[in-house]
Design a protein around this ligand. Structure first.
Ligand SMILES: CCCCCCCCCCCCCC(=O)SCCNC(=O)CCNC(=O)[C@H](O)C(C)(C)COP(=O)(O)OP(=O)(O)OC[C@H]1O[C@@H](n2cnc3c(N)ncnc32)[C@H](O)[C@@H]1OP(=O)(O)O
Ligand SMILES: Cc1cc2nc3c(=O)[nH]c(=O)nc-3n(C[C@H](O)[C@H](O)[C@H](O)COP(=O)(O)OP(=O)(O)OC[C@H]3O[C@@H](n4cnc5c(N)ncnc54)[C@H](O)[C@@H]3O)c2cc1C
Length: 664
């Protein structure tokens, strides 16, 4: 059977309405229509071709990214795309570049931390891209520890200016995307000093380059930090370094929505939580969770289609071989990733709602849900990006040898994606923020304050610490209340165990340091509970389309039960379930894989990705893999000539030597 016949056959087997599933995946019919239109607009434009990124030099890649960005901006304006449309359009361009940081961090930082006057002055310029900005927080010596930043901004009352200075080499800004070669401006985070007093880290708008000839302004040293992991990949981004040598900016360029410095140099501290200064990071962490579902879906789409096309073993008397997707081992590795893509999609939708809600509350000076919003965005960013990075690499292995080819799309996807585990907060550091939040919540349980939001389950501590799972047969693992109770009991018991161990230390901070590894595990258990509970909540909504809800149910329970299988040690050691119940979960999982199998290809079609966006010969919609692998191979510059460059200098001498010895 040819590849295209394989996939056509698979599509015919589907037991649900794929078009309705596309709408569920997109979030609404309107969101689907926008996404569908934007992805095709990008795919049909030759400027956005990405077929030769692997063989470009860094300079070519960078210039090509500038060209794409300029073309995108021109189209966005000519076609009068809305904010929603242009965000999605840029996403489908699939080219990391300065636009990401300008729109996702520089503009939001001014919106979130600037005064009304500052917004009126800077946002129109930024919105028209008359200035291009980046987010310069991380330094050579400090990234995770924001309070440890060293760059200083000292107020000079004589000139009404701040003097920005990099006192040490480790205080050089290092990593900001878009800084190295493009940005004209940056939001720079530096220690504010007035009258000799250090008030901690604050944000400042700083012009970096001359707007006429793009040269760095006097007092500024700036450049690119060098080549990063992988061919192509994130190397299209000019992550940069920056040093200040007593560089002066006017006082009104300190972002003063929260705290202020007066003309006389008096520091007026914020009357709202200082953590609002971290708001841009919270906003980006929230979007990173939705992006995780997209990256996971992309890898899974490639691996699923290819697993249906690829055949190995099983033929008798020259008959057709087995599609590798039919091996239970392949299903056991692939289907939980497919389920994770959907699970992250739905938790991403919920997180967007939570973020919108907290933003509205903050505007009304209600700060009550800020700790919960911080814990959820940090924890889910950490958990979903770690799972997605591992998932992309697993998909590469699921595609066998051809998965290692650049044209499979998977090596570059991995190389672009994996820094998501580090940027916007190292995943371990962020998970420890969740653990701190959990320890606080556990400590307050006895005070009579009922925990709310995602920790509401802790309010049922008495029951959850003692209950025994009532699962008796494999089908019970499809009971939402029983599944939820298992996840709640495991999460609570892990958190309480950490809290009890902490009490054994006289010094709580020292205890926290000793227990870091357990605390991270407790944070992860809590985040997995959130994802499972939001998936179950999604199933309770009105879901249209033949068979759609049934597929989502299968995916939801595959997601939950594979986590039980993977983290069995947690579930058993906390006595949440018995080994027999674990074995029933495994039986149920196998049955769910069989039910999902005929729908697998249709479930990845529901992502509605174009071949351009997938960028993968193995994941092509038509399944025409083998002829296209040949075409790609023949395009390689090494195949431009039959005899390679260097033959006469380095190969021929060996062969001549062999001939001489053969004659002797
Ligand atoms: C195809 C292309 C795709 C490309 C896509 C690319 C797009 C994106 C590109 C992205 C490019 C990448 C761009 C980049 O990478 S930009 C750089 C990103 N950098 C980071 O993320 C740094 C991570 N570090 C931190 O955030 C802080 O230092 C942490 C949090 C670790 C500690 O902080 P700190 O030392 O201050 O705190 P504390 O631990 O003493 O805790 C003190 C209190 O503060 C509360 N607290 C802490 N934080 C928050 C918060 N945020 N909202 C509300 N509250 C918060 C906390 O709960 C505690 O509360 P309480 O317990 O006292 O009540
Ligand atoms: C591709 C990319 C793009 C980036 N873009 C930007 C940008 O635009 N702007 C910007 O300002 N920054 C940017 N960054 C920087 C990024 O935000 C930081 O690298 C990130 O916050 C991690 O900080 P770090 O490098 O200091 O890691 P470190 O903190 O040095 O981490 C090293 C190791 O130490 C561990 N560790 C650190 N602290 C603790 C702790 N308290 N407890 C336990 N373990 C700990 C970590 O888990 C990790 O294993 C970017 C980084 C990358 C890779």
């Amino acid at each position: 059977m040819e590849g295209d016949d394989n996939l056509a056959h698979e599509r015919n087997k589907a037991e649900f309405d794929v078009n309705e599933m596309k709408i569920v995946w997109a979030g609404s019919r309107q969101a689907f229509e926008v996404s569908n239109r934007m992805s095709r607009l990008v795919a049909s434009d030759p400027v956005f071709d990405k077929s030769n990124r692997a063989v470009m030099t860094r300079k070519e890649l960078f210039k090509n990214t500038l060209r794409k960005s300029a073309h995108a901006w021109k189209l966005i304006n000519e076609l009068c795309l809305s904010d929603e449309e242009s965000t999605i359009f840029k996403y489908f361009m699939d080219q990391p570049g300065f636009l990401d940081l300008h729109w996702r961090m520089f503009v939001p930082a001014i919106k979130g931390q600037g005064t009304e006057e500052q917004k009126q002055k800077w946002l129109p310029l930024a919105n028209k891209m008359q200035i291009i900005g980046c987010y310069a927080q991380t330094e050579l010596g400090h990234g995770s520890n924001v309070q440890g930043l060293e760059t200083t901004a000292t107020f000079n009352p004589q000139t009404d200016q701040f003097i920005l200075h990099s006192p040490t080499q480790t205080s050089s800004k290092w990593w900001p995307g878009g800084l190295g070669k493009v940005s004209t401006h940056a939001v720079v985070y530096a220690r504010l000093i007035t009258n000799g007093k250090d008030h901690g880290v604050h944000g400042f708008i700083v012009q970096l380059r001359n707007l006429d000839d793009h040269s760095p302004l006097p007092g500024i040293t700036i450049g690119d930090i060098g080549v990063k992991f992988g061919n192509g990949a994130y190397n299209s981004m000019d992550n940069g370094f920056l040093m200040f040598d007593k560089f002066c900016i006017p006082r009104d360029q300190m972002l003063m929505r929260l705290s202020k410095v007066t003309r006389e140099g008096k520091y007026v501290p914020s009357d709202v939580p200082r953590q609002l200064m971290y708001g841009t990071m919270v906003s980006v962490r929230q979007t990173i969770v939705s992006n995780a579902s997209v990256a996971m879906a992309r890898a899974v789409c490639i691996a699923t289609r290819y697993s249906a096309v690829r055949r190995q073993f099983g033929s008798q008397n020259g008959g057709v071989e087995t599609q590798v997707i039919d091996y239970k081992t392949q299903q056991n590795r692939l289907f939980p990733l497919l389920a994770s893509a959907y699970a992250f999609r739905f938790v991403g939708e919920w997180l967007k709602w939570l973020y919108t809600d907290v933003t509205q509350r903050l505007e009304a000076s209600d700060f009550a849900t800020l700790p919960e919003a911080h814990a959820c965005t940090a924890g889910l960013k950490s958990m979903t990006t770690s799972a997605t990075s591992d998932g992309i690499e697993e998909c590469r292995k699921l595609c066998g040898g051809h998965g290692y080819l650049w044209c499979s799309g998977l090596p570059e996807l991995f190389a672009v994606y994996v820094p998501a585990c580090t940027y916007e907060g190292d995943n371990v550091v962020l998970q420890l923020q969740v653990a701190r939040f959990l320890m606080k919540t556990v400590a307050q349980l006895s005070s009579g304050n009922a925990p709310a939001g995602t920790t509401a389950y802790m309010g049922r501590a008495k029951h959850l610490l003692q209950c025994r799972s009532s699962i008796q047969k494999a089908e019970d693992w499809l009971n939402p209340a029983m599944v939820l109770e298992a996840f709640e009991a495991r999460a609570l018991r892990m958190a309480v165990s950490c809290a009890n161990n902490l009490k054994k230390f006289e010094n709580q901070e020292q205890g926290f340091s000793e227990l870091l590894a357990d605390l991270v595990e407790a944070g992860i258990a809590h985040c997995q509970l959130i994802v499972v509970s939001k998936f179950i909540a999604k199933l309770e909504r009105d879901i249209k389309g033949k068979g759609v809800k049934n597929q989502l149910k299968n995916l939801c329970y595959i997601y939950a039960l594979h986590l039980i299988h993977k983290h069995l040690g947690d579930f058993l050691s906390t006595n949440t379930i018995t080994p027999e119940q674990a074995s029933l979960a495994n039986n149920q999982l196998r049955s769910l894989y069989s039910q999902l199998r005929p729908n697998a290809v249709a479930l990845v079609d529901a992502f509605d990705y174009t071949d351009h966006y997938l960028g993968s010969v193995l994941g092509r919609y038509d399944g025409n893999v083998y002829p296209k692998l040949f075409e790609e191979a023949l395009k390689d510059p090494l195949n431009d000539s039959v005899v390679p460059d260097g033959y006469h200098e380095y190969i021929r001498p060996f062969i001549k030597q062999d001939l001489r010895s053969a004659r002797l």
